[in-house]
Design a protein around this ligand. Sequence first.
Ligand SMILES: Cc1cc2nc3c(=O)[nH]c(=O)nc-3n(C[C@H](O)[C@H](O)[C@H](O)COP(=O)(O)O)c2cc1C
Length: 168
Amino acid sequence: MDIFDIIKNRRSIRKYKDEIPPEDLIKKCIEAALYAPSARNSQPWYFIIVKEKDKIAQLSKAQPYTKFLEGAPYVIVALADEKKSNHWLEDMGCAIMALLLEAHSIGLGACWGAIYHPDSMERENHVRQVLDVPKNLRIIACIGIGYPDETPSSKKIKSLDEAIIKIV
Ligand SMILES: Cc1cc2nc3c(=O)[nH]c(=O)nc-3n(C[C@H](O)[C@H](O)[C@H](O)COP(=O)(O)O)c2cc1C
């Protein structure tokens, strides 16, 4: 499949089939993230794979918009060592995007659950306590992932003319 088709057709998937994907497929998505660009090739990322149901249920309570995680067979927690990069947040965006695209390309569905918040550590503290995350790592996202069990309605995207404000 052309990368443009993968980019165009990827959607956030928040409902998952009961069938549990093999762990190797989850690891493959994380492996894709490892190839992402990062400032000065700092690669500040780390990941936790969560499959225990009670832990997933606790993670889903991080904030109102992470409730969907409860139905996920796996949650991938994306972590960053902020000392490794002065652009750790952007680095993590690149890594998570690669992970989401790989998930879509191998028939999985995934959705970003926001944990990092610029004004509050509350969500991070919640996840840190549930998973005993080391203190030196920031917690960026809890990504629900599994076989998709929904087809999201079509999404209106900005036109190219609107997005390109100037060609000089
Ligand atoms: C930084 C970021 C944070 C997000 N946080 C959440 C979230 O907490 N809960 C959720 O259901 N979706 C979350 N999403 C998914 C967006 O809602 C979704 O990407 C957007 O609506 C566009 O839909 P699409 O991914 O299907 O193209 C997040 C996405 C990004 C990039």
